[in-house]
Design a protein. Structure first.
Length: 163
């Protein structure tokens, strides 16, 4: 009788042990799945934040185009883009005042403006790369106004955020 009881006890312990292993594997698989879902949600929120930053940038007085004091929606002035880009890049190496002001607003990011129509041209508005890339390159469509030739073009404001 004792041997039969010992065998049944051993079988019961093995069954309980296997059930515990199955439960642990279920928790591991579920946690990996939830981690992937949370990473996707965080990536989506970061991209939404970048789009909000792009919308804010398109309405900055330093960049927006205005004719006779009337501002236009999602329109950037090409001459202002060139001036502010030069100012930020020069202050990054010299006085630091302008760069520090824009660093408080833009942190570690890269902002470029690409004109795609009527001809292609690109300006790097702000470039302060961090350690690792946090977001995908997020394009925000904008109108580009050239006050010298008084023509409009189509462009894309691209934002990339780093950690």
């Amino acid at each position: 009788m004792k041997k039969k009881a010992q065998i049944q006890m051993t079988e019961t312990i093995f069954v309980v042990f296997i059930i515990l292993i199955i439960i642990m594997l279920g928790f591991v698989v579920y946690s990996k799945y939830q981690q992937g879902v949370l990473e996707n949600i965080m990536k989506q929120r970061r991209n939404e934040e970048v789009i909000k930053t792009g919308q804010r940038l398109s309405s900055w007085p330093e960049l927006e185009c205005s004719v006779a004091g009337i501002t236009e929606f999602a329109c950037l002035d090409v001459a202002k883009i060139q001036v502010i880009s030069d100012f930020i890049n020069e202050s990054k190496h010299k006085s630091k005042y302008g760069f520090n002001y824009y660093y408080d607003l833009l942190k570690n990011s890269k902002i470029t403006v690409k004109q795609v129509y009527p001809f292609e041209e690109e300006w790097v508005l702000y470039d302060n790369p961090g350690i690792t890339q946090r977001t995908d390159r997020v394009p925000v469509p904008v109108n580009l106004y050239d006050p010298i030739t008084e023509t409009y073009g189509f462009g894309v404001l691209e934002l990339l955020i780093y950690e």
